[in-house]
Write a protein that binds this ligand. Sequence first.
Ligand SMILES: Cc1cc2nc3c(=O)[nH]c(=O)nc-3n(C[C@H](O)[C@H](O)[C@H](O)COP(=O)(O)O)c2cc1C
Ligand code: SF4
Length: 680
Amino acid sequence: MASTDPLLQPFQLKHLTLKNRIMSTAHEPAYSEDGMPKDRYRLYHLKKAKGGIAMTMTAGSAITAEDSPAPFGNLHAYKDEIVPWLKRLADDCHAEGCAVMIQLTHLGRRTNWNKADWLPVLAPSPVREPAHRSFPKQAEDWDLDRIVRGYAESAQRMQAAGLDGIELEAYGHLLDQFWSPATNQRTDEYGGSLDNRLRFTGRVLDAIRKAVGADFIVGIRMVADEDWDKGLSREEGVEIARRLVASGAVDFLNIIRGHIETDAALQRVIPITGMRSAPHLDFAGEVRAATKFPVFHAARIADVATARHAVASGKLDMVGMTRAHIADPHIVRKVAAGLEHEIRPCVGATYCLDRIYEGHEALCIHNPATGREATMPHVITRSSGPRQKIVVVGAGPAGLEAARVSGERGHAVILFEAASQPGGQIRLAARGRRRKELIGIADWRSEQLQRLGVELRFNTFADAADVVSLKPDIAIIATGGLPQSPPLAEGEALTVSSWDILSGDAKIAEEVLLYDDNGGHPGMQAAEMIAESGSALEIVSPERFFAPEMGGLNHVSYAEAFHRAGVRITINSRLAAVHREGNKLAAVIGSDYGARTETRLVDQVVVEHGTLPLDDLYFALKEQSTNRGEVDYPAFIAGRPQQIVRNPDGGFRLFRIGDAVASRNIHAAIYDALRLCKEF
Ligand SMILES: Cc1cc2nc3c(=O)[nH]c(=O)nc-3n(C[C@H](O)[C@H](O)[C@H](O)COP(=O)(O)O)c2cc1C
Ligand code: SF4
C-alpha cells in the first residue's frame, strides 16, 4: 500500500518528479580537491541518495568567477574541468533515484582577497563585510558584464554535467548585496529604487536562461527579510519574491530570513543547539502563500515530526534537513521502513559548520562516517568471522560507540560503567542550559545497545581481575580522563575544575576567576553557568581570543551570555599561581609577552586544562594482552583489521580509545571506536 506520510509524497517541479519532500540544501562541506568534486565529494552525496533523499543540492556557493575566491573549499563552477566530476556524481545519484542540483554564486564581498588569484574583492558599494574583513571595490560596468557571463557559462556547465537544475545564492552574496540598502549605496542604474537594485539579478537570470533554455530548472535561494534595521525589509523582500516569480525566470524559491554579515547574525539564520526549532518556517510558509509558488526552506528542522508538519501544513513544498542528513544520511529510508526512532539525531552541535569556517572539512560531532564514506561505514554489517567476546570498560562516547559497533558486528559485548548512567562527559556537557540536546549522542547509542542485546553493567568499577575473569577475546578501555590542572607555581589545591562547576560539586562563589587553558566547550560552559548564576566573573585565557578551539557559531552564544552578564574577558594572560590572602584567593596572572604580573583577589579560581587519561586499568592489562595495547596506525587510518601480536601467550587483544588515551573531543572518541571496532 502506498504511504500516506506527507513527507513521502512526490513533488512535481516542472518536468522533474522529486520522489519525496526531503532535500539537503546547499552546503559546502569542504570535501573538494582543487575546487573539484572528486571521489570524497561524490561518495558523500551518493550516501544520501542511497538513504532515500529526493534531492541533494550540491556545493554550497560554487563560485562562478575568479574574483569570488573560495572561502571554504567551494567548488569552481567557472572551470570546464568540473563537468566530468559532476557528471559522475549526478549519474551515481540518479541511479538511486535522487535528483541533483547545485548552488551557484558570486560571493561579492563575502570572501577574502588574500587567496587564490589575489584579485580584489568587489561589491555593489565599498562596504566591508565584518565576517570576512575584506574592503571591497565598487563593481564597475566591465565587472558586472564579466560576472553575468560567468554565471551563464557556469550554468551551462552544470547543464552539460547532467544536473537537474541550479540554484542561485542570494543571501549575503553579490546578487542580494545589490538588493539590500545595507550594502548598496549606488546612485547609478543599479542603486536606489527596487527596480534598480534588482537590475543586476535580472541580467544574471536573463543570461542564464539564454544559456540553458526555458526547460532547465533554475531556482533561487533568497533572503526575503533581512530582519535588520539597515537591511531589506520583509515588505521589500516578499515583493522581490513576487517579482522573481512574475518574471518567469525562476522555478522555485528557497527562502531565507535574516542576514549573515557577522557570526551573531548568521547564527540566527542557521540556529544551533539550544535555539528554537524551525524559527523561520512560518515565514517561509507566508512567502509560499504570498507567491503561490514552490517554496523550499531549511533552518533547524532537525526532526522528522517538524519536517512532516512543515509539509502537511502547506508551509513548504520541499523541506531541507541538511545537518540532519550530515548526522544520518538514511533518514528517508528509516522513515519509509517505520524506523524513525532509529535515526541518529542531529543534536545541533554545529561542529560541522564551525569546522569549515576554521579552515577544516565538515565533520559531524557523532557520525564519523560522514565525509569518510570511502573508508568508514554508516551502516555496520555483521561479521562473517567467529563471534567474539568483547569487554568494553567505560560508557562515555568512545565506549558507547565501541559497544554499539561491536554489537552490530554480532559479537557478545559486555559494557562496564562506574556511574549509574551512560554518557560520561556528554552528561556534563548536557547539564548546560543550552546544550541539553547533546544527551542525544548517548541516548541514541543506549537505545541501539538495548536492541543489540549488549550486556550493560552500571555502577561497576571494573578492575583488571574483573576483565580477565570474563575471558574476553578483546578488551577495550574507554575509561576517559579526569580534569588536570594547568601548570601553576603554587596553589593547585586551591582551585576547582570546570567539571566541579558543571557537575554542581563546587558551589559557585561570589567573585570568580576562570582560567581556560584548553580553548573548547568545558571551560566556556562552566563560565556561562557562573555568569548566569549572577556571580562576578573574569575569564582569563592565554590565547589571542577566548575559546579558540571552538568555531564562530558556537562562540556566539557564549559571547552573548558573557555580554549579558558583564563578564570581563582577559586574553594573552596565563595564570601563574594561586595563594590565600585573608579570606580571598590571590590569582597571579602573567603572560608570554613580558615579565609583568597582575594579581586578582577573588573568592574562587576555576581552571580548565583538559583531562589526564584514566589509564590504570589499561596498564594493568597491558602485559596480559597479545598486542600489549599496540595499535597498527596505518591499518587504523585505513580502517583495516588490527593484527599485531607481540605477546603470543597473552589472553586477549587490548585497545584504548577516546580520552583514556589523551584529552580530545567527542568526535575523536567516537571515531577511535568506529575505526577500530568495525573490523572486529
Ligand atoms: C557545513 C555547512 C556549509 C554550508 N554552506 C552553505 C552554503 O554554501 N550555501 C548555503 O546556501 N547554505 C549553506 N549552509 C546552510 C545550509 O544550507 C542550511 O541552510 C543550514 O544548515 C540550516 O539547515 P539545517 O538546520 O537543516 O542544517 C551550510 C551548512 C553547513 C552545515
Ligand atoms: S555536528 Fe551537530 S549539528 Fe552538525 S550534523 Fe552533527 S549533530 Fe548535527
